[in-house]
Design a protein around this ligand. Structure first.
Ligand SMILES: Cc1cc2nc3c(=O)[nH]c(=O)nc-3n(C[C@H](O)[C@H](O)[C@H](O)COP(=O)(O)OP(=O)(O)OC[C@H]3O[C@@H](n4cnc5c(N)ncnc54)[C@H](O)[C@@H]3O)c2cc1C
Length: 324
C-alpha cells in the first residue's frame, strides 16, 4: 500500500483511495471543495513520487512540470511525498467594489482586479470566506472591456461561502481570491465557427464572459446563448442580453423557461432540450456548457453525439461536494 508523507508524517493509503481521502480519513486538515478534479482547490505538489496522469488533467503545463496535481483525483501507484504549493503569487487580496441583486437568489459581486491578475473570461477563481472556506466562482467580466472582476453568485440556503457573500460582505471589504483556472474560455481563431452556449442558473456567468469576449475578439460566426430556468423569475440579465442581441448581428439570446407558458420572446422547455431541438446537427460547432452538473454531463454526451468534436466541447459542471 502506498505511503503518503505530508508535513513529516506518514499516512498509509487504503487500496483505491485518493490522496485526499487518505489524508482526511486520518484527520489531516487540507483544502478541498468539489472532490471531482474540477475546482483545483486541493492542488498540491509532489516533492517525491509521480502524480498519476488523471490527477494533472486541466492543470497548466508549467505547474504540471513542477509536480502540481489534484489530490482528490490521485489514487497513488507509488509512495509519495506531498506538500501544499507555495501560495506566493497564487492568492490575491482585493477589495469588494459592489454587490447588486440580479434576481431573488443571484448577486453580482464586483471586485477590484488586482495588479498582474491574468484571466480569461469563463475561467473560475477560488473565493475564500471569513472562516477560510474556498468555493469556485466563474468570471463574467472581460479583461479588455472591464477593469473589475465580476462574479454572479447564487445564494444557496445555508451555504458557507454564498451565504457569507449575500449576508455579510459589503463594498469596501477585503477578500482573498485565487488565480483563475479552467478551460471554459474563448480562444481566438476560427472566427466564422458557430458557437453554442448553454447554461442553467449562474451557469450564465461564464457564458456571458465567453460571448462578450468572442464578440470583442471579432468572432463573426453565429453565437447562440441558451439560458434556462424553471420560471421567468429565475432568469436574470434579460434586458442586458436582449440589448446585446439587438446590437450584435452574430449574437442570439434564447431565454428558456421550463414551467408554464413563457412570455413572448422566450422559449418553452429546458434550455438543453430547446438548444438541441433548434440545432440537431453540431458538426463543426464549438460548444460551452455550464451550470448544474447533471445538465452539463448529459449535454456533453448529447452534443458529442450530435457531431461536435470532443476537443470543441468546453464544460464546467458546478460541482459541489455536498450535492455531488
Ligand atoms: C468550476 C465551478 C464554477 C462555479 N461557478 C459558480 C458561479 O459562477 N456561480 C455560482 O453561484 N456557483 C458557482 N459554482 C458553485 C460554487 O462553487 C459553490 O458550490 C456554491 O456556491 C455553494 O457553495 P456554498 O459554500 O455556498 O455552499 P455549501 O456550504 O458548500 O453547501 C451548503 C448546503 O447547500 C447545499 N448545496 C450546495 N450547493 C448546492 C447546489 N448547487 N444546489 C443545491 N444545494 C446545494 C448542500 O446540500 C449543503 O449542505 C461553481 C462551481 C464550480 C466547481
Amino acid at each position: 500500500m502506498p505511503t503518503i508523507v505530508f508535513e513529516g508524517q506518514d499516512y498509509q493509503c487504503e487500496p483505491g483511495e485518493s490522496v485526499l481521502d487518505c489524508l482526511t480519513r486520518q484527520g489531516v486538515s487540507v483544502n478541498y471543495s468539489c472532490k471531482a478534479g474540477v475546482c483545483q482547490s486541493c492542488m498540491m505538489v509532489a516533492t517525491e513520487g509521480e502524480p498519476t496522469p488523471a490527477s494533472q488533467v486541466g492543470i497548466k503545463e508549467t505547474l504540471k512540470a513542477q509536480g502540481h496535481f489534484l489530490i482528490c483525483s490521485c489514487v497513488p501507484e507509488t509512495d509519495m511525498q506531498v506538500a501544499v504549493p507555495d501560495r506566493a503569487g497564487s492568492s490575491f487580496d482585493t477589495t469588494v467594489l459592489s454587490l447588486h441583486k440580479l434576481n431573488a437568489d443571484v448577486v453580482r459581486l464586483r471586485l477590484m482586479r488586482p495588479d498582474n491578475y491574468d484571466y480569461l473570461p469563463g475561467q473560475f477563481l477560488g473565493l475564500v470566506n471569513d472562516t477560510g472556506v474556498t468555493r469556485s466562482y466563474s468570471l463574467a467580466s472581460v479583461p479588455g472591456l472591464d477593469d473589475f472582476l465580476e462574479l454572479q453568485i447564487r445564494h444557496v440556503p445555508g451555504g458557507q461561502v454564498s451565504g457569507w457573500v449575500v449576508e455579510k460582505l459589503q463594498a469596501g471589504d477585503t477578500v482573498t481570491i485565487s488565480q483563475a483556472a479552467g478551460q471554459c474560455s474563448y480562444l481566438p481563431g476560427r472566427e466564422a465557427q458557430s458557437l453554442l452556449l448553454v447554461g442553467t442558473g449562474t451557469g450564465l456567468a461564464p457564458l456571458v464572459g465567453v460571448a462578450r469576449d468572442a464578440l470583442q475578439q471579432g468572432h463573426n460566426g453565429p453565437i447562440h446563448l441558451y439560458h434556462g430556468s424553471s420560471t421567468v423569475e429565475g432568469l436574470y440579465l434579460v434586458p442586458e442580453l436582449v440589448a446585446m442581441d439587438e446590437a450584435n448581428a452574430a449574437f442570439h439570446y434564447h431565454p428558456c423557461v421550463s414551467q408554464g407558458t413563457p412570455p413572448q420572446g422566450m422559449q418553452s422547455g429546458r434550455a438543453a432540450d430547446v438548444a438541441l431541438e433548434d440545432f440537431a446537427r453540431l458538426s463543426g460547432w464549438r460548444v460551452f456548457l455550464c451550470g448544474r452538473e447533471d445538465m452539463v454531463r448529459t449535454l456533453q454526451k448529447k452534443t458529442f453525439l450530435a457531431g461536435a468534436s470532443m476537443t470543441d466541447i468546453f464544460a464546467d459542471p458546478f460541482v459541489n461536494l455536498a450535492v455531488a
